[in-house]
Design a protein. Structure first.
Length: 127
């Protein structure tokens, strides 16, 4: 039986890949994820693309929103939104050639966005 085309990964199956990626993180990093809301969205919102000055929704696979741990302070104003990671299903599926690539890209995207949570910039990421 031939493998299913990459676009046949349902939203529910994709969400399970995200959950598995979080579960597969080394324990110290998995612990950090406990305080971050993780959501799967089909596509990045247009206003986010505009804010980031991106031409294509395919240029954004995930997004970290919140204050990084490096910027947190005891004296920070209360009432801030909790940290949130959005993983965008559409761009990931379009960029990957196989289900195995999708699994790896989901994991890499989760790790990348977690890197932003700990204060890393894009050029400081480990890959």
């Amino acid at each position: 039986m031939a493998a299913k085309p990459k676009r046949d990964i349902s939203p529910d199956a994709f969400a399970r890949l995200v959950q598995q990626a979080i579960a597969d993180l080394p324990p110290p990093y998995a612990k950090l994820m406990e305080s971050i809301a993780v959501v799967v969205e089909e596509e990045p919102p247009k206003d986010v693309l505009d804010d980031l000055e991106l031409d294509s929704e395919d240029d954004l696979l995930g997004l970290y929103q919140g204050q990084s741990l490096a910027d947190e302070s005891f004296f920070a104003a209360g009432g801030m939104e909790p940290a949130k990671i959005s993983i965008y299903r559409g761009p990931i599926l379009r960029q990957c050639e196989s289900p195995e690539e999708v699994v790896q890209e989901v994991y890499d995207t989760v790790v990348h966005e977690l890197g932003h949570h700990v204060g890393l910039d894009d050029d400081e990421m480990p890959y």
